[in-house]
Design a protein around this ligand. Structure first.
Ligand code: MRU
Length: 342
């Protein structure tokens, strides 16, 4: 399965909205198709959104029809703006578009900028693959030889440019010969856990049991969960974590039951420009995703719906954050950790 690839003058990506019943691909030379794919979650997961957006800018540059350099720059800047407007929470989107914008601003000719944008997009993709590998290695050290792990949403190859974030920890521990059983939350309302995580983990040969989101507390009470590992869409400098709605509930019950709660994310998900999670914009999704998800109405017509896609888990509930740079423990001060490293 190829999740996303640059094909010279087009991008090919798996349509995640059709999984797991259909493995079909979108191939496009039009960045606007990618804008729609990101907005409608055909391509999703914080790191992968960043990679898709970078390819979107490269496509916009490749398809510009004209010879005037300043019109070319305006065209690419418009594409960057449109891509940035798709989803507000995953900071990887803005991080990656900023890198593309820097390339655009340094350029002097259309041809050289086109080439440089493609190289930068491929670099962003390649770096993410490497970050996933290292997150897996660092994180696997936290997994006991025999353990049952709870995870939420989808953090695998379908969410990144490599083997995943939280999921890379799970699969790396499995590859190291550890006995790992996984409980995957279905992840209401769009069921990324049921449709994507269960599918990916089964394909990788892991022992996975699907549960509804509301079952986690009772499993913890029965001492059937040894640790929780989830991904992140944006981590503030103080370690507050925005992730798929429902993550905060899990962190609270994990603390209540003395279960370690780990977060895995590349440094491209850490936003050192914000001090705390209060500053993270939380995306609200359409009512339809709740009232008639997957085409069947399950709520009365006209009912009021509130559907935030993410919540913020306070750093005080996070046992450790695993990035490609290692295992970070509290107190978190990413502004310092990241500036010291760079
Ligand atoms: O709305 P989605 O499906 O893009 O949300 C994805 C998540 O919340 C993931 O858990 C998060 O991006 C971490 S993934 C590597």
């Amino acid at each position: 399965m190829t999740v996303i690839e640059w094909c010279g003058d087009s991008v090919r990506l798996i349509d995640q909205s059709k999984l797991p019943s259909e493995e079909s691909y979108i191939q496009t030379g039009d960045y606007r198709v990618l804008v729609d794919a990101i907005r409608s979650l055909k391509v999703r997961g914080a790191p992968l959104i960043g990679i898709a957006a970078a390819y979107g800018v490269a496509l916009a540059a490749a398809k510009f029809d004209g010879e005037e350099y300043y019109s070319f720059r305006d065209h690419c800047a418009t594409a960057i703006r449109e891509l940035a407007s798709t989803r507000p929470t995953a900071v990887n989107l803005f991080w990656s578009l900023e890198r593309m914008r820097n390339v655009l601003e340094r350029g002097t000719t259309i041809e050289s900028v086109r080439k440089a944008l493609v190289s930068e997009a491929l670099r962003i993709h390649h770096e993410d693959r490497e970050m996933c590998r290292r997150i897996g290695e660092y994180g696997a050290s936290l997994v006991p030889q025999r353990s049952t792990i709870l995870t939420h949403c989808n953090t695998g190859a379908l969410a990144t440019g490599g083997d995943g974030t939280a999921q890379s920890i799970i699969t790396t521990a499995h590859k190291m010969g550890k006995t790992v059983n996984v409980f995957a939350d279905e992840t209401r309302p769009l069921l990324q856990g049921a449709r994507l995580t269960a599918w990916e983990l089964m394909k990788a040969g892991l022992d996975v049991t699907l549960i509804t989101d509301s079952m986690a507390a009772s499993l913890m009470k029965q001492k059937r969960i040894d640790l929780v590992v989830v991904g992140a869409d944006r981590i503030a400098s103080n370690g507050d974590v925005a992730n798929k709605i429902g993550t905060y509930n899990i962190a609270v019950i994990a603390r209540h039951h003395g279960v370690p709660f780990y977060v895995a994310a590349p440094s491209s998900t850490i936003d050192i420009t914000i001090a705390s999670g209060d500053q993270i914009p939380i995306e609200e999704r359409s009512a339809q995703e709740v009232t008639e998800g997957f085409g069947r109405r399950t709520a009365p017509v006209g009912v009021r719906v509130y559907s935030p896609a993410f919540d913020v888990t306070p750093a005080s509930l996070v046992t450790a954050i695993v990035s490609e740079r290692g295992v970070h423990t509290p107190p978190y001060d990413f502004k310092k950790t990241i500036s010291d490293h760079d």
